[in-house]
Design a protein around this ligand. Sequence first.
Ligand SMILES: [Zn+2]
Length: 307
Amino acid sequence: MQSTYSHDLVLVHSDSYANWILRSGHPTQGRRFTNGRDAILEKIGTTQFNARVDIRAPRLATRRELNLVHTSAYISEVLDDHRTNDWDGDNEMLAGLAQTFAGGTLVALDALLQGETRLAVHLPGAKHHAQADHSSGFCVFADFAIAAKICVERGMKVAIFDFDAHHGDGTENLCADDPNILTFSVHQFSPAFFPGTGASSDESRHVYNVPLPRGAGDAELMPAVGQFLSLFYEFQPDIVFIAAGADGHFSDPLASLEFTPGGASLVASNIRNRFDGPILMGGAGGYQPDDHTPEMWASTVAGLMGV
Ligand SMILES: [Zn+2]
């Protein structure tokens, strides 16, 4: 494959991500990130396509970057006191990892903005529940909202597609008032299912939600992709972010959707085929760290690479 880009995929990763363990037995286990990296490389490596993959180290997000969407008091609570409501007591390592997760997404974004690749992936990215002044749903800093604001500062328009099993409430809340950012979330919905929001859209603010019932599968997911892509004619995004949560997988313990790896790949290839510009993918949720979560992510990346 010939292209004008120096890399087919920039993957931002650090083996330190395996230390992201909020507590033992918690559904979020950091080894899913190293397993995800391995699954992606294996999936790409088994094809005829000789992909040029560059694996890059993350960096710490700066306070100025975090301040694009988070309050100074909350940033200080995490970076100075090492506290959030997602872990017990003060934990300097987790606080540092949370800051690195946000920075890692910005390293991925930078590769896209520099024109080095048209696909950048950061598996701990798309922390879509984090709010301006508190963590939520295992998400400390809202990296996608920060990255979107940075794009807007550069005069770009951003469209965010979120097919994690849960509503992307944080990203939506932090971006809804920006006319240059479109958020689209397809998710399992009931008032009792976390976070209990995302039942309706607000098109005047480019906020789109597709609530699905328990048991919805690929057949319900694909029309949502079509709806997202139909918005492009009017919105004309310069960059697309994908929150590729793997917890829609049919056997995920935290949700009751029936998505498959093939469905995730089809989502990705549909977006890639319609949009030739830069795509940033974050891993969002996924609670089968040793098998199906890495498998879903690898399938999504393969779809985005057309392999
Ligand atoms: Zn989720």
